[in-house]
Design a protein. Structure first.
Length: 72
């Protein structure tokens, strides 16, 4: 159910939904996100706003040096 994303999308479009998740951690995240949606506090990207495109300079988008072919 994508940590609640699929369920929230269904709710946004007045659809019924059912989700299954194995991980208790993801269930907690989904519950929080669904409650945030119901309380109008869930942050969402407005329709039409482009998806963020990283430049490659961000630390999170770089391959760790320990993964380099030369590292042993």
């Amino acid at each position: 159910m994508g940590v609640g994303s699929a369920l929230i999308a269904a709710m946004l479009h007045d659809r019924q939904s059912l989700g299954f998740e194995i991980s208790d951690e993801y269930i907690e995240i989904a519950n929080k996100r669904i409650n945030d949606y119901l309380n109008n506090t869930l942050k969402v990207r407005p329709l039409g706003k482009p998806v963020y495109q990283p430049t490659g300079r961000e630390k999170v988008s770089q391959v760790p040096l320990s993964w380099a072919k030369d590292a042993a």
